[in-house]
Design a protein. Structure first.
Length: 477
């Protein structure tokens, strides 16, 4: 394999091929649950270098068919499904796209921005805002994750209720194929009906069909005003009722609708006591709403107040506060984003990223909570997420005082089976926005239809017959 590594050094420069030293940043997954061993970490500077590295690896595999050399594309390494971490074979090349971080163009008239895959998400947001435009993708890891990874996993976040997942924000892609060819598909067109939609095939494929090197993304006008409210709701049924009212009163202005269980927020209060929660934790659930208005703050506030007055009259909320300024609004969002960190402080937990039809979420939670409590008495449920689009982070914490590592070891398979079977019973999905990665690849065999799996395998084999790209992720072939 030294011959291959020497060729790659010649392509990208020896300074950008790491084979020894501390490679933790690339070899360990975001949640620190898995540590692999890379053959090398390779950091190309441009699409041409990516293509040449892929061609070199493909040629090496052709000459050495018994080798297991393969490529793991990696952006910010923030995957929550172990989709961008090498295995422990020492035969996988981690191809890091972090050097490819140029914003190539911003077309204000076309409302598009063309960016390289290694651009950090927050930098895209800031660049758009500097031109008085909005790039709406927003999630907790936005200061670290890259747009290539967001596209590879079809990331969601807090604005999906209005703008959709990353797939809906993408108009075109530049992709290096498993053969080392470059597909130049960076169209800014909103209409292009010339055959199969290769863009949507690549988005969400987690680097198993090709390497996304650049993308053309949609932009929107900046709203004239954004207001945020924090409300207490008596039940999830009332939260769903509030969502319906918000759609009717705010229309396209509803850009955020997050639900948080009282136990999830109690963890924030316990581990981050300096973060003031605006309402007493005397309701089972709380909802964070955002209203983005194209007119002005007075109009937005009048809309919000009318919505909240109606909700109080119909008793679907028991209390509410509206942020008076940007600092207060940021504080409310920071509370929401602090739930995963508070969970980590509480101890290891079993995470689920699921989607259910919004109308059925209350029943799902009621049924699944009861099944878990029956199976593991005292288990604690950290329930929060993007209710506006039907996506829950339905996480399971060990009973109070229990050893969290032992809880994972003894109960993770049991809990996952129970939760995923319940998701199936409610016609939901076991992965809403985090992807499949390697963490759920075996679960997909049970929870995806055989017809769908066969179609996915056929696509993988047709586009990547050498199984060079991120093998063992999404679907096994």
């Amino acid at each position: 394999m030294q011959t291959l590594l020497n060729e790659i050094r010649h392509i990208v420069g020896a300074a950008h091929v790491f084979t020894d030293g501390d490679l933790t940043a690339w070899e360990q997954d975001w949640r620190k649950r898995v540590r692999g061993k890379a053959l090398a970490v390779v950091r190309p500077a441009c699409t041409d270098e990516v293509a040449r590295v892929v061609k070199a690896c493909a040629a090496y595999r052709a000459l050495h068919p018994d080798t297991s050399v393969s490529i793991v594309p990696q952006g910010g390494n923030t995957s929550l499904a172990v989709g961008a971490t090498p295995d422990d074979s020492g035969h996988q090349i981690v191809l890091s796209l972090q050097r490819m971080n140029t914003i190539r163009a911003l077309d204000a008239a076309n409302l598009t921005m063309t960016v390289e895959a290694g651009c950090i998400l927050q930098n895209l947001q800031d660049h758009a805002q500097a031109s008085n435009l909005l790039f709406p993708l927003s999630l907790a890891a936005e200061g670290t994750c890259t747009i290539g990874g967001n596209l590879g996993t079809n990331a969601g976040g807090t604005q999906v209720v209005r703008f959709g997942n990353t797939r809906e924000l993408c108009l075109g892609l530049e992709v290096v194929t498993p053969q080392g060819d470059i597909w130049h598909g960076l169209s800014g067109l909103r209409k292009d009906n010339t055959g199969y939609d290769l863009r949507n095939l690549m988005v969400g494929s987690e680097g198993t069909l090709g390497i996304i090197t650049a993308a053309t993304m949609k932009l929107y006008p900046l709203p004239a005003a954004q207001l945020t409210a924090w409300t207490a709701v008596p039940s999830l049924e009332h939260a769903v009722q509030l969502l319906g009212l918000a759609h009717r009163h705010l229309g396209a202005g509803l850009t955020g609708f997050e639900v948080m269980g009282d136990f999830a927020l109690s963890l924030v209060a316990r581990h981050f006591p300096h973060l003031r929660i605006p309402l007493p934790l005397d309701s089972p659930f709380f909802v964070l709403l955002e209203n983005s208005d194209p007119e002005n703050e007075a109009h937005a506030r009048a809309q919000f107040e009318h919505l909240l007055e109606t909700a109080l009259e119909q008793e679907c909320i028991s209390n509410a506060v509206v942020a008076e300024n940007l600092s207060q609004a940021n504080h409310l969002w920071h509370l929401r984003e602090s739930i995963p960190m508070a969970q980590a402080e509480e101890g290891l937990n079993i995470k689920h990223d699921i989607s259910i039809a919004v109308s059925r979420i209350p029943e799902f939670v009621r049924v699944t909570d009861a099944l878990l409590q029956q199976a593991i008495p005292g288990v604690r449920l950290v329930n929060f997420g993007h209710l506006g689009d039907g996506n829950l982070h339905y996480n399971v914490q060990a009973p109070e005082g229990a050893d969290s590592a032992a809880f994972l070891r003894d109960h993770e398979d049991q809990v996952n089976t129970l939760v995923f079977d319940s998701v199936d019973a409610f016609n939901g999905s076991i992965s809403a926005e985090h992807g499949v990665g390697s963490l759920k690849v075996d679960k997909l065999e049970k929870h995806k239809s055989p017809v769908a799996l066969n179609m996915m395998r056929a696509i993988k084999k047709a586009l990547d017959p050498q199984n060079l790209m991120n093998p063992g992720r999404v679907v096994r072939v």
